[in-house]
Design a protein around this ligand. Structure first.
Ligand code: SF4
Length: 359
């Protein structure tokens, strides 16, 4: 039996299940192309529950594609702070400018044209085209690959483009033409709520229980097949939390490479021991601070901090002194420094004058 034949009987049980179980989500109740697009970009690598607050804040600040095209980059990145993968936000703005400047503000309304927008690949284009415009195209991401390979018992490696292409074409053949957006959302919802990753599917609650090859053959722990990722490089870093008179030092990262253009506490690879000297802070008092780890896609930072208390306020060019309000509202600081940011906020709060009614 080929893939299409194995998928076909699963279509209507899935649609019925989705009808009864779909979560109410702000981009579902009002699926404008702009809302579907922003939500799908936010949902890459991030769970729905975590995205809800960011989505509401983003839509309030930037309710239209024009507002997104015109916002200052720092303000945009500040709205994105905490979601990570900041290139997603930059590409959103790049695409918004394509729409406003090249297309007179008219959102592309089909799969082929959506693919020409910055940061929009096959999955996002499929999601917008089907959900916002009703075009019958699949939207295949890791969740969809997982549920389909389990249902059909397909042992193809889902990291390989040929597996994805095969599944995409089978889905295109079986999807109901008039309900393409609903069908795609139903597949995503099943992957998010029932057919969970890492060997943890809840088959007892699944509309496909009687049809599913992985469930029948006891293969839910081995499907989907995924070739192992390369090991991440581990890098030790020293992070300097430099305090003076209720402020802390921030600097902007370079315009290219990891976390480009975002703000950070000055830091160096552990192999460098002369940093304070080089920055003109060799005479400052120092104290060991907390440590933290952060995992990126290809690299892992193991960080140790040093608190630094200089006697003067001279800094290398381009560095700034930020108070607690500026730290919270003005400078976009990547997740990698979250633990340090919280610790710094606590320190700065202690140095602020107490209000009369505070203990
Ligand atoms: Fe996933 Fe189990 Fe449903 Fe199969 S029956 S699709 S393994 S949840």
């Amino acid at each position: 039996m080929d893939l299409e034949e194995r998928l076909r009987p699963a279509v209507f049980p899935l649609l019925n299940w989705f009808h009864d179980n779909a979560r109410e989500l702000p981009w579902r109740s009002d699926p404008t192309p702009y809302k579907v697009w922003v939500s799908e970009i936010m949902l890459q690598q991030t769970r729905v529950a975590a995205v809800l607050g960011y989505f509401a804040r983003f839509m309030e600040a930037l309710p239209t594609v024009e507002a997104l095209a015109n916002v200052e980059e720092d303000e945009l990145l500040k709205l994105w702070q905490g979601l990570g993968y900041y290139n997603r936000a930059r590409n959103l703005q790049k695409a918004a400018r394509q729409i406003v400047q090249d297309r007179g503000g008219v959102f592309p309304d089909n799969y082929g044209e959506l693919l020409t927008l910055a940061g929009v690949g096959e999955y996002i284009a499929g999601a917008i085209a089907s959900i916002a415009f009703g075009e019958a195209v699949p939207a295949v991401d890791g969740n969809v690959l997982r549920v389909v390979t389990r249902l059909t018992g397909d042992a193809g490696d889902i990291t390989k483009p040929e597996t994805k292409a095969r599944i995409r074409s089978a889905l295109a053949a079986v999807m109901p033409q008039a309900l393409a957006g609903t069908f795609n959302q139903a597949l995503m919802e099943l992957g998010a709520l029932v057919c969970l990753p890492n060997g943890g599917p809840e088959c007892g609650r699944c509309p496909w229980q009687g049809l599913c090859a992985a469930c029948r053959d006891g293969k839910t722990a081995v499907l989907p097949v995924k070739s192992p990722k390369k090991q991440r490089k581990v890098e030790g870093r020293t992070v300097y939390l430099i305090f003076r008179e209720g402020k802390v030092v921030l600097r902007r990262r370079p315009d290219s490479g990891l976390l480009r253009g975002l703000w950070e506490f000055p830091n160096v690879p552990d192999s460098r021991e002369d940093a304070l000297n080089e920055w003109g802070l060799a005479d400052a008092a120092t104290l060991d601070g907390p440590g933290a780890r952060h995992i990126f896609t290809h690299i892992e930072w193991h960080m140790q901090s040093v608190q630094v208390f200089p006697t003067g306020d001279a800094l290398p060019e381009g560095w700034v002194w930020a108070d607690r309000a500026a730290l919270a509202e003005r400078y976009p600081i990547p997740n990698a420094f979250d633990g340090f940011r919280r610790c710094v906020e606590g320190q700065l709060r202690q140095t602020e004058p107490r209000k009369a009614w505070e203990p």
